[in-house]
Design a protein around this ligand. Structure first.
Ligand code: KIV
Ligand code: ZN
Length: 514
């Protein structure tokens, strides 16, 4: 049997930390449940000290999942570790993940500490975390720009203090596969007690090498790979889970290691994360992009028809892409709808299921055929419901190619309905301006994307927007068979996320930010 590499997913922490990718508590729980179905070994559910919202979300995740280790991140500080423990204490298998920077530039300019002070703090804080939790991971932040000799000493000390996992983060995505391989081998050969702990790697993608560096580390002997779904994360993101896992599976001949991941859950996990974060994957993204299994060129199509292996190194079915689609329509009952959801991997609480079924019926009245993509879009929206500080009551548009577009929009806010009129450069612009007037704020529209959920003239328009308020970006999504309505809904969804975020931030204790 091939050796196993543990998969540590940090979509809910490092992924969620990236601009415009924030998720609320319900969304995080939904992703956590799917990560458990995917069979990740460890999920980092958040950074408990960052906000009371993060703390509550980690606790909610711990209550929901069973067959997986749940970790909270903590700086190597007592107050961080206290709150991290508060977050994961009730998990079936809790872990405290503590970190401190070890590179000269971070120690000098960020921490203003000498290497000896950093070493001492590591020992103290690993011991401190260990009093709470038997499973403690220690990360040497910016490890790839650290002095390897110092890394050997700090890892040896962390393991002696009780760390069960020591992690090598390429925090700024600076290293290369050859360097990474040498670093990991150096650690394995020079840390005398390394066999007493799991050795992990955590790569960022600033040079587009996150996955390559992770695979190089695996070849050199790490036993835990840290990654995120769709590669979301700080700046250029983290190493993508689906790419690491499918590379190991497809090239077992080379890597001779396996993971516990149920690869048939990859596609739906990717879709869920893309929808809930509003961070869509590019069409040519490896494994989960819309074109990843599409064969357009005639010569390729001919080859694939003759023998799939001519141009396919893995099957669509291996990541859970099914060609066997069943369609529903207006005569489909609740049972068929629920059955389809289970088949698609969704479990919704009763209230959300009721609401989703109601919307399915409305949609089925407008569209002859409701496809899996429609259901997926609808359900993912329901799973991700956020409080509607503002909701759309109605709108009227006057538009054409020889007149200025005018929109009249009525919104409901705190039980009161108000209406405003605005003109704009086209109907969508006019609607957004009317909403700005009603909300009393102006937002910078960072991006606007419209695509149809399925083919056909009666297809739903799926609008994704990103709006900026000060330095924070909020994503929103709206669905309707009317594209102006989906635009208004998407814009309001982003605004409501902003209100939700501001509310959660106002509950945050001072100085909690990192
Ligand atoms: O990139 C990084 O260094 C991290 C650590 C906190 C593990 O995310
Ligand atoms: Zn990171």
């Amino acid at each position: 049997m091939a050796a196993q590499v543990k998969v540590f997913d940090t979509t809910l922490r490092d992924g969620e930390q990236s601009p415009g990718c924030s998720m609320n508590l319900d969304e995080k729980v939904e992703v956590a449940k799917q990560l458990e179905r995917l069979k990740v070994d460890v999920m980092e559910a958040g950074f408990a000290i960052a906000s009371p919202g993060d703390l509550a979300a980690i606790q909610a995740v711990c209550a929901e999942v069973k067959d997986v280790v749940v970790a909270s991140l903590a700086r190597a500080l007592p107050k961080d570790i206290d709150v991290a423990w508060e977050a994961v204490a009730k998990a079936n298998a809790p872990r405290i993940h503590t970190f401190i920077a070890t590179s000269p530039i971070h120690m000098e300019h960020k921490l203003r500490k000498t290497p000896e002070q950093v070493l001492e703090q590591t020992i103290e804080m690993v011991k401190y975390a260990k009093k709470y939790c038997s499973d403690v991971e220690f990360s040497a932040e910016d490890a790839t720009r650290s002095d390897p000799e110092f890394l050997y000493r700090i890892f040896e000390a962390a393991i002696a203090a009780g760390a069960t996992v020591v992690n090598v983060p390429d925090t700024v995505g600076y290293t290369t596969p050859t360097e990474m391989e040498a670093l990991i081998k150096g650690i394995r050969n020079n840390v005398p007690n390394i066999d007493k702990a799991e050795l992990a790697v955590h790569c960022h993608d600033d040079l587009g090498l996150g996955v390559a560096n992770t695979l190089a580390a695996i070849r050199a002997g790490v036993t835990q790979a840290e990654c995120t779904i769709n590669g979301i994360g700080e700046r250029a993101g983290n190493a993508a889970l689906e790419e690491i896992v499918m590379a190991l599976k497809t090239r077992q001949d080379l890597y001779q290691v396996d993971t516990r991941i149920d690869t048939t859950q990859i596609y739906r996990t990717s879709r869920l994360v893309a929808t809930l974060t509003g961070s869509e994957v590019q069409a040519n993204k490896a494994i989960v992009g819309a074109n990843a299994f599409a064969h357009e060129a005639g010569i390729h199509q001919h080859g694939v028809l003759a023998n799939k292996k001519t141009y396919e190194i893995m099957t669509p079915a291996s990541i859970g892409l099914s060609e066997n689609k069943m369609v529903l329509g207006k005569h489909s009952g609740r049972h068929a709808f629920e059955d389809r959801l289970v088949h698609m991997g969704y479990t919704l609480a009763k209230d959300k299921l009721d609401a989703a079924f109601e919307q399915f019926k409305i949609l089925a009245d407008k569209k002859k055929v409701v496809a899996d993509e429609d259901i997926e879009a609808l359900v993912q929206q329901k799973a991700a419901d956020i409080p509607e500080t503002y909701s759309l009551k109605r709108f009227v548009i006057n538009s054409g190619n020889v007149i200025t577009s005018t929109a009249t929009v009525k919104l409901s806010h705190l039980g009161l309905d108000r209406e405003e009129v605005a003109t704009g450069d086209g109907p969508v612009d006019a609607v957004f301006k009317a909403i700005d007037k009603l909300v009393g704020m102006e937002f910078a529209l960072e991006s606007y994307r419209l695509q149809s959920v399925t083919e056909g003239k009666d297809a739903q328009g799926d609008v994704r927007v990103k709006i900026r308020q000060n330095s924070t970006v909020y994503s929103g999504r709206g669905l309707s068979t009317d594209i102006v309505e989906s635009s208004a809904k998407a814009y309001l969804n982003a605004i409501n996320k902003m209100y939700d975020h501001v509310k959660r931030r106002s509950e945050q204790p001072e100085g909690a930010e990192v």
